[in-house]
Design a binder for this molecule. Structure first.
Ligand code: BDR
Ligand code: CA
Length: 320
């Protein structure tokens, strides 16, 4: 599967990228970056760093937008991902350079060059993807299916009581992307907050003796402190973006992912950015909803943290 990753390369985006690079099911053909955890510029540098760590130089990295599609200046999240977006891990500055095209231009170009063959995985705010839809309205024909980490279907938000961060960063973009006529798989907090990387996993990574596992152990060390302070009673973290990547390439098969209507609240009230998922059918086994094209992942098996840890412990070919 040819994959474009559109991301805001913080800790869990880096893990998603490494996970994709470690898989023989995915061929990453491009990375576009967007504001979110950090600036799109820093996310591009971080993506190059991660690619070089993995020995995967040569994959184009294009910097996308630093503002929302309505022009809002975002609030970034260095307290979650570190000032450098990678848990202050001091990864060397990359040798590679950022592409001259923009993130949305890269998405459109690769889609046109590979019609029907590319899967887009979005693990940041959906601004680049919405801009790409504006540049090329046929994008949903060229890219028939996309996977999005974002939203909260039946659980609380994380950026506000109602909304998840990637969606709340740019609700108008999210509404445009989720309503475009392609098949969307939405991987919301309902599942990502239940796939938990623990201190045991981190220690296994620390002693694995390869650069990728060591790097993931370092970046999650920082990340764990944030989640300990706001979400959990111990140092640990959810697996947001890497879970979405694993679902996208078929490594994780959801236990429940009904195809249902999803709307994004674009009002300026307390529910701004909420993903209103029509789960009313849950008591009837989710009967078909006419016109729905968004599979919302509501349940996964809970063993993904073990699996990704093992994947990185067994990493071959990485170098630093
Ligand atoms: C999402 O927001 C970002 O902080 C993470 O990278 C992830 O994509 C989780 O809400
Ligand atoms: Ca992200």
């Amino acid at each position: 599967m040819k994959v474009i990753l559109d991301c805001d390369t913080g800790v869990d985006d880096a893990m998603a990228l490494l996970y994709l690079l470690s898989s023989d099911k995915a061929q990453v053909i491009g990375v576009s970056t967007v504001f979110g955890n950090i600036s799109a510029a820093m996310a591009a540098v971080n993506s190059l760093r991660v690619l070089e760590l993995a020995g995967a130089e040569g994959i184009p990295v294009a910097q996308g937008t630093e503002v929302t599609i309505r022009g809002d200046i975002p609030v970034l999240a260095p307290h979650v991902h570190g000032a450098d977006g990678l848990g202050s891990s001091n990864l060397p500055h990359p040798r590679g350079v950022i592409a001259t095209e923009t993130g949305p231009e890269l998405i459109v170009r690769l889609a046109r060059e590979n019609p029907g063959e590319v899967h887009l995985i979005a693990t940041g705010p959906l601004s680049n993807v919405a801009i790409a839809l504006g540049i090329e309205p046929r994008l949903p024909e060229l890219i028939p299916s996309i996977t999005v980490m974002g939203g909260a279907a039946e659980v609380p938000g994380n950026q506000s009581a109602a909304a998840e961060a990637n969606i709340l960063h740019d609700p108008e973009a999210a509404q445009a992307v989720l309503s475009a006529p392609w098949n969307v798989t939405l991987v919301p907090l309902d599942v990502t907050m239940r796939e938990i990387l623990t201190e045991d996993h981190r220690k296994r990574l620390e002693i694995a003796g390869n650069p990728v596992a060591s790097f993931v152990s370092r970046i999650t060390d920082f990340y764990f402190d944030f989640f300990h302070s706001v979400s959990f009673d111990e140092r640990c973290s959810p697996c947001h973006d890497a879970l979405a990547a694993a679902i996208a390439i078929g490594d994780v098969v959801p236990l429940s992912a009904p195809v249902i209507h999803v709307e994004v609240d674009c009002n300026d009230g307390p529910a701004r950015g909420a993903t209103i998922c029509d789960t009313r059918g849950r008591y009837q086994g989710f009967p078909e909803q006419e016109g729905a094209h968004c599979a919302v992942v509501l349940e996964t098996s809970g063993d993904f943290a073990d699996r990704i840890t093992q994947r990185f412990v067994e990493w071959v070919g990485g170098r630093l």
